[in-house]
Design a protein around this ligand. Structure first.
Ligand SMILES: *[C@@H]1O[C@H](CO)[C@@H](O)[C@H](O)[C@H]1NC(C)=O
Ligand SMILES: *[C@@H]1O[C@H](CO)[C@@H](O)[C@H](O)[C@H]1NC(C)=O
Ligand SMILES: *[C@@H]1O[C@H](CO)[C@@H](O)[C@H](O)[C@H]1NC(C)=O
Ligand SMILES: *[C@@H]1O[C@H](CO)[C@@H](O)[C@H](O)[C@H]1NC(C)=O
Ligand SMILES: *[C@@H]1O[C@H](CO)[C@@H](O)[C@H](O)[C@H]1NC(C)=O
Length: 561
């Protein structure tokens, strides 16, 4: 016998049903269950019999929510109050959320059983398929009962915007959309292992954010970037509140979960979008267009050369040219001048300032603003420069006329090589670079017992906003000596925040320790810096203003006696 096909009334009969004495309808069946059907396509409200009046004895009553094909049921409680649980839940509301056809066997276990005030206001339940059943059993105590609202939701609204290429393996082929955990908003099955592939599109970055995240206690959601191998970008677990990540390579998302029959976590909803990979100018940015512009982005070429001859051809007298080098979000830009000789009238003294004569300025993006590195004129060749982010801008301002420049006996103008790169360009340092993106170099005495180290971009200006670690691992009973040959770190006094200083500091511990002395300025530390044990850590910190040329040092691991 299958219960709930004995009496099925449509919702319009609810009133009729309630004015009948429920007991009169009972026959010899045990349990004798009445069933009320809720199937209005517009949804509606539901409530315990006689609500808001108290309910008393109910042998057994079913509410059957039946969604049209291709829809699921959502019920949301506004209030819920049944007699308290005294060891057992003798007056209860049972929920059956995964029946195939709306019918259950008397032996079926409910998916949920609630009494007392165990359903909080606003709590929602979803069916796995078209049917959801509520079973009300009320003993002789009185209670307020419950009420709420039901709706039918189209399943397509919870279908990932991706092609299923194998079991629970999806490939995204849209520019924007959503990814859902399996069966969402219903709880995901136990022991799932799903993969979502977002292939790289040239000129774009992939931005992923969570609009819902409720992972079970042993579920994990990992985001990897696929870029010469697989690198972990982000891990979300049950403790995570949100997920946000962006990446300019292909992305792989893994969702792995253990048992979920009891916890019934509903998983995740992720929004993805392929955005323009190139930095866009933020609000408030000075976009007054100079006479000539040259944008170089890293879509096609990662290296190249630019010369002042490439600028403003055809224009009779450019007074300002702007060259913007624009990379992907994870790229930095390095430039190195190969020629530099700007026109200076004979009577001008350029020792103090360049503003009155032909000059170039170089700016880099720091967060959402452009930050000036410096200006250069005459034959003072700018140092090698590495940006801290993906935009570097060079402006060439000319006060002289083109005719004067072209008639000058020296060749006037400049040329530089540029490179877009994601690494630190420190291969020659013979340190192991930590695989994740952080700036960390590891010196291992078993590999090299002595060697050299230097600041990023040395002998050029070090980039802004750095937090780099140089880590020394000696063998047991070894210590390390570090000797500085060159030292130029922008800062003074105690090198602290009040002076907006860049600095280096040393630590004998892997954990953060604030007590150590900071070094900055132009005077190199005297004598070697010596570690206490076989572990030593040097931190090189730079802020977002002013730069200098950094440091160059050598190290040696020494066996202690
Ligand atoms: C709801 O169920 C009743 C009774 O079974 C049926 O007559 C009616 O057509 C159904 N309405 C919808 C919208 O399915
Ligand atoms: C289903 O999705 C469509 C399109 O996004 C939206 O307009 C509609 O409101 C959604 N329906 C429900 C019931 O959420
Ligand atoms: C999940 O699936 C991926 C790819 O199919 C596989 O490499 C991985 O080992 C699986 N993990 C688990 C925990 O089953
Ligand atoms: C990048 O440069 C290429 C070639 O110069 C150009 O086709 C493309 O539109 C540029 N992309 C952006 C986002 O500026
Ligand atoms: C140092 O290198 C040796 C030899 O390659 C290796 O066994 C050891 O694990 C390395 N130590 C560290 C801390 O990386």
């Amino acid at each position: 016998m299958r219960i709930c096909d004995l009496f099925c009334f449509s919702t319009s009969s609810l009133f009729l049903l309630l004015i009948l004495n429920l007991a009169d309808l009972s026959s010899a069946y045990i349990p004798q269950c009445k069933c009320i059907r809720f199937n209005s396509t517009d949804g509606g409200r539901f409530h315990s019999p006689d609500f808001p009046n108290q309910i008393e004895h109910i042998d057994c009553l079913f509410f059957h929510f039946e969604a049209p094909p291709g829809y699921i049921v959502q019920i949301i409680f506004d209030s819920f109050s049944l007699p308290p649980r005294n060891g057992i839940c003798s007056s209860s509301l049972r929920i059956y959320d995964h029946t195939v056809d709306g019918l259950i066997e008397p032996t079926d276990r409910a998916d949920y059983e609630f009494c007392a005030r165990e359903i909080t206001m606003g709590r929602a339940f979803y069916s796995k398929r078209e049917h959801l059943l509520l079973q009300i059993l009320h003993a002789n105590a009185v209670s307020k009962g419950f009420n709420g609202e039901y709706r039918f939701l189209p399943k397509v609204n919870f279908t990932s915007d991706a092609i299923e290429i194998a079991e629970c393996t999806y490939r995204v082929e849209k520019a924007k959309g959503k990814l859902f955990s399996p069966l969402y908003p219903y709880h995901h099955p136990s022991n799932v292992n799903c993969t979502y592939v977002l292939p790289h599109q040239r000129g774009h970055q992939i931005v992923i954010t969570s609009s819902f995240l409720n992972l079970g206690s042993d579920a994990i959601l990992e985001v990897y970037e696929m870029n010469d191998g697989k690198h972990l970008l982000h891990t979300a677990t049950s403790a995570s509140k949100t997920l946000y990540t962006s990446c300019a390579s292909s992305v792989l998302i893994y969702f792995k979960a253990g048992l979920n029959d009891v916890e019934k976590a509903s998983g995740f909803v992720l929004d993805f979008q392929y955005e323009d990979g190139i930095w866009s100018r933020p609000n408030g940015y000075d976009d007054s267009k100079p006479e000539c512009l040259l944008d170089v982005n890293s879509t096609d070429l990662k290296t190249g050369s630019i010369s002042s001859n490439d600028l403003g051809r055809g224009s009779s007298l450019p007074t300002k040219c702007r060259i913007s080098l624009i990379g992907y979000p994870n790229e930095r830009i390095s430039i190195q001048f190969t020629k530099f000789n700007l026109y200076v009238p004979e009577n001008k003294n350029i020792e103090k300032r360049c503003i009155d004569v032909d000059h170039i300025t170089i700016d880099v993006r720091v967060d959402a603003r452009l930050s000036r590195i410096d200006e250069w004129c005459g034959a003072n060749t700018p140092p090698q420069i590495m940006s801290s982010s993906n935009l570097l801008q060079i402006e060439y301002t000319t006060k002289s006329s083109r005719a004067i420049r072209e008639s000058s006996p020296d060749e006037i103008g400049f040329a530089f090589d540029y490179k877009f790169h994601t690494d630190w360009n420190m291969d020659h340092m013979q340190a192991k670079v930590d695989a994740n993106r952080a700036c960390r170099f590891i010196f291992n005495s078993s590999i090299h017992s002595s060697g050299k180290l230097w600041s990023i971009n040395y002998p050029g200006l070090y980039p802004r906003n750095l937090y780099c670690e140089y880590i020394f691992h000696g063998k047991e009973s070894e210590i390390v000596h570090i000797n500085f040959e060159y030292f130029d770190i922008e800062g003074f006094n105690q090198c602290d925040e009040t002076t907006q200083s860049d600095y280096i500091l040393f630590s004998n511990y892997q954990t953060h320790d604030r007590t150590n002395r900071r070094y900055c300025g132009k005077v190199r530390p005297r004598g070697p810096i010596i570690s206490e044990s076989n572990y030593f850590r040097m931190i090189f910190f730079t802020n977002d203003i002013f730069d200098a040329t950094g440091f160059h040092a050598h190290y040696q691991f020494i066996t202690q006696r």
